[in-house]
Design a protein around this ligand. Structure first.
Ligand code: CMC
Length: 371
């Protein structure tokens, strides 16, 4: 009897030295390092080196990564022009897909240096998603000592505080990689055909955008806005989750059957950054978390990374529509690292099969004889 794996659950599609997840214990490691240690102690560029080159960098190597990124923020004029031609209300991920599709005109095969170039250009693209949607002049990030700082400065055209840079840096690290979820698998499927790397990123973006994956942070935050006040959480939960059986967004995970370790870190960050308005959302989120855990823990459904990340992004000044693009900005590193690893170790075209369950062989009926 042939077994179909629903949603490819537990199907192993590659070996990886990048990311280790223990879904039962809530452990996440990049190349052996606990996510908590990396998030607390690293600059994003150190994680870039770790993921692409295999080790945390020494001071000279870190400087080299930063220099290469700083030299690479410029994007071809056509990219920003095309983004500007889309309607202002276009979905931000559509703007990103447009940008990366255009980049594929200059199609690149991937290697570690082109990966650094793409990481820099991704910052320019995401910054300008915000600027274009807000009707602001486009801007290329300025070289600086920090990728997170250059990104925030270019986006909002003002100097971010040290706490804001640190929070952006940590968010970039937390979203960097998560083994082979839908978006990374989409990138790998494209990469396995030996297409150019920008096309792989466009494939990944399309998969990331959906509300069950990267779009969940926006949906989770919209729940907090809809609830409106901590006093309304119980009523909202009763009506929407218990009675109407809607999904609680920002809860549940294919791999984690306990708390997502990233959710805990985002929650802590949300507290330390919270300004007046985000404090209200934090109170709502915490009450919703309590009810959600009480109701769902028997099914092993707990908060995932997207539950609190939106409050962090909101406190940094980003509108809700930017949350998925910020996830993408960080995850591009994971996509690139997995594509490189796959092509180096196991470059077979990904081409699964489907089990045919349609009609047996039938005689053809000409159009004139069909009733
Ligand atoms: N709210 C209510 N019920 C849920 C939820 C949820 N958030 N998540 C899972 N379930 C239930 C589901 O209804 C099903 O119940 P039953 O067995 O009675 O039919 C059971 O749990 C298994 O769900 P599933 O959809 O088969 O599980 P999956 O592993 O295929 O899906 C998931 C994982 C993330 C798509 C799902 O948990 C979900 O839809 N969560 C909400 C969206 C979300 O927060 N996504 C972010 C994922 S983490 C960040 C990232 O994208 O990387």
């Amino acid at each position: 009897m042939i077994q179909i794996s629903r949603g490819l659950e537990n199907v192993i599609i590659k070996e990886t030295s990048l990311t280790y997840i223990d879904g039962e214990k809530g452990v996440l490691r990049y190349r052996g390092y606990n996510i908590e240690d990396l998030a607390e102690n690293c600059e994003y560029e150190e994680v870039v080196h770790l993921m692409l080159f295999g080790e945390l960098p020494n001071a000279k190597q870190l400087q080299e990564v930063k220099e290469k990124i700083n030299q690479s923020y410029e994007v071809p004029l056509e990219v920003l022009e095309a983004m500007q031609k889309l309607p202002r209300d276009a979905d931000p991920i559509s703007l990103m897909e447009t940008a990366f599709s255009i980049m594929s005109i200059w199609g690149k095969r991937i290697n570690r240096l082109t990966a650094l170039d793409i990481i820099a250009k991704a910052s320019t693209i995401v910054s300008n998603v915000y600027r274009i949607k807000e009707g602001l002049k486009t801007k290329i990030p300025e070289p600086s000592e920090s990728y997170a700082k250059s990104f925030l400065e270019a986006t909002f055209f003002k100097k971010p505080s040290a706490d804001e840079v640190k929070a952006m840096n940590t968010a970039l690290i937390l979203y960097t990689d998560h083994e082979v979820p839908a978006s990374t698998t989409a990138a790998l499927v494209s990469a396995s055909t030996l297409t150019d790397i920008y096309s792989c990123i466009t494939s990944a973006l399309s998969a990331l955008k959906g509300p069950l994956h990267g779009g969940a942070a926006e949906e989770a935050f919209k729940q907090f806005v809809e609830i409106g006040s901590p006093d309304n959480v119980e009523k909202w939960f009763e009506e929407n989750i218990i009675k109407s059986k809607k999904r609680l967004m920002g809860f549940g995970h294919r791999v984690y059957k306990t708390y997502d370790p990233r959710a805990k870190i985002f929650k802590k960050m949300a507290y330390s950054l919270a300004k007046e308005e985000s404090k209200k959302y934090l109170q709502i989120a915490e009450k919703l978390e309590e009810l959600g855990v009480r109701y769902f823990s028997q099914k092993k459904i707990y908060p995932n990374t997207d539950f609190y990340s939106g409050i962090v992004f909101y406190s940094l000044g980003f509108p809700i529509y930017m949350f998925t693009s910020l996830f993408a900005l960080s995850r591009i590193l994971g996509w690139l690292a997995h594509v490189i690893e796959y092509l180096e170790n196991q470059p077979a075209i990904i081409w699964p099969r489907a089990l045919y369950v349609g009609p047996e062989k039938r005689d053809f009926i000409p159009l004139s004889q069909r009733g």
